[in-house]
Design a protein around this ligand. Structure first.
Ligand SMILES: [Zn+2]
Length: 444
């Protein structure tokens, strides 16, 4: 249900589409019918907009000692892998994936996937994330969980099966059916995408089929690119080209694409990824934990690449908390370049909100301004770790923690209100996820 709310006397922080990140104290924000009707310094203007829209039928949210800013978007992850949290640690990516993860995933069922997704969504909502990207299997179960949660989701569909020749082929009819299903159940909150795991998992003919079906269906593609040095050297050995170049050669990047990781790139690849419809998902925690390296975000931004943030899955992070990713991304960029002015707080705020939302297909989200969708979070600044608040933009990136989020709204609907989840039954979700995790992790 969409709420009508007047947020009063609140600290507003928001990126603007063509300008700086705005910080306005003692602001008023009016929300009704899923839209931001007003955001600015004048209470009368906010009240007038609300009265015209809904008469007197609106709530007031006292914003003193609170920060209102856009709900964040997690641009890369494998949400059901919450079931493998703290089960596959201290191994490099190749050993982690092939020896620890794939053996568990052989036993996955749609029920496991749904239980793990609901758990991940509860975790993300609690930490201020209203939109996520998901790359996994049993996508119908993931969509079902997303619809129940109210979150926005850019969701992959595998769309491959064994053909009469005994080889794996793309199934255009199945992909079309999935896209139609997402459009019909999603109420604008679900964006379908095609799963292209990486350059190292399929045979060449399959990449050509995948690129062709993405163009035919005009759908998003989600893909890992340049995650490890080994991926690059293997790709050079197999194809004589680096991953992004070879994917381009296969016909990718003609439709909107989410490129995860992008740790090991050269200038030619950065140039390819600077295309208007490409979003890079920087996943600093996962890249460090799997020993993969540090993405050169400064070089990506200098090349004109749109960079967002992702947690990756909880099997390699081990949480889904974008506050941690913002801080780590900024610190890594400063430490690795020796330049503390690189990736200032405003850049992280924009990456985690407006840039990510737009790149995931939600063009009217990620900004608190008239006409944008009401996707927002309220942070409680009345706690020792945020006291005295100082510069609010810096506080969000450098001293906030996910647990300080007290409310989250998506499309005008409360998903969490004053620390209570509104759409999900957290105790049941924890119980079901524990059961699924026990089964899955016992299998190995
Ligand atoms: Zn990933």
């Amino acid at each position: 249900m969409q709420s009508a709310v007047l947020f009063s006397h609140i600290q507003l922080v928001t990126p603007l589409p063509d300008g700086p990140v705005l910080s306005l104290s003692n602001a008023f924000v009016a929300v009704a019918d899923g839209q931001i009707l007003y955001a600015g310094p004048f209470e009368d203007a906010a009240r007038q907009q609300l009265t015209e829209a809904v008469g007197n039928h609106f709530d007031t949210y006292d914003g003193r000692r609170k920060i209102l800013w856009p709900a964040m978007a997690n641009a890369h992850g494998h949400i059901p892998m919450t079931l493998m949290r703290n089960q596959a640690d201290d191994a490099n990516l190749h050993a982690w994936l092939f020896d620890m993860i794939f053996p568990r995933e052989k036993h996955l069922t749609p029920e496991h996937v749904k239980n793990g997704t609901l758990l991940g969504m509860a975790e993300m909502i609690r930490a201020g994330t209203g939109t996520a990207a998901d790359m996994y299997y049993f996508s119908e179960a993931v969509v079902e969980a997303a619809v129940a949660s109210g979150m926005r989701l850019n969701v992959c569909f595998d769309g491959k099966a064994e053909g009469p020749d005994g080889k794996t082929h793309v199934q255009p009819g199945e992909i079309e059916r999935f896209i139609r299903m997402c459009r019909s159940v999603g109420a604008g909150r679900i964006e379908p995408a095609l799963l292209v795991h990486s350059i190292y998992l399929y045979e060449p003919y399959l990449y050509q089929e995948l690129a062709q079906v993405a163009v035919d269906q005009q759908c998003f593609v989600q893909v890992h690119i340049g995650e490890t040095a080994r991926e690059v050297s293997d790709c050079l050995a197999t194809y004589g080209r680096r991953p992004a170049v070879q994917l381009s050669e296969f016909g990718f990047f003609q439709t909107p694409t989410v490129a995860a990781h992008c740790v090991h790139l050269d200038d030619q690849e950065r140039s390819i990824l600077s295309g208007a419809n490409i979003l890079v998902a920087h996943c600093p925690t996962s890249n460090l934990k799997l020993g993969s390296g540090i993405a050169d975000v400064k070089a990506l931004l200098a090349a004109g690449v749109k960079v967002s943030l992702g947690t990756d899955g909880a099997a390699s992070n081990n949480n889904l908390n974008l506050y941690q990713e913002m801080k780590l991304a900024s610190l890594l960029a400063k430490g690795s370049t020796g330049d503390a002015s690189v990736l200032p707080a405003d850049d992280l705020i924009r990456m985690a909100t407006l840039t990510a939302q737009q790149g995931l297909g939600f063009a009217r989200s990620g900004c608190i301004a008239t006409g944008y969708q009401a996707d927002l979070q309220i942070l409680d600044a009345d706690r020792p770790s945020l006291w005295p608040l100082g510069e609010p933009n810096a506080a969000l990136v450098y001293s906030s923690e996910g647990s300080a989020v007290e409310s989250l709204m998506v499309d005008g609907q409360w998903l969490m209100y004053k620390h209570d989840l509104q759409t999900l039954d957290e105790e049941k979700i924890k119980h079901d996820a524990l059961r699924s995790a026990a089964r899955l992790n016992r299998m190995t």
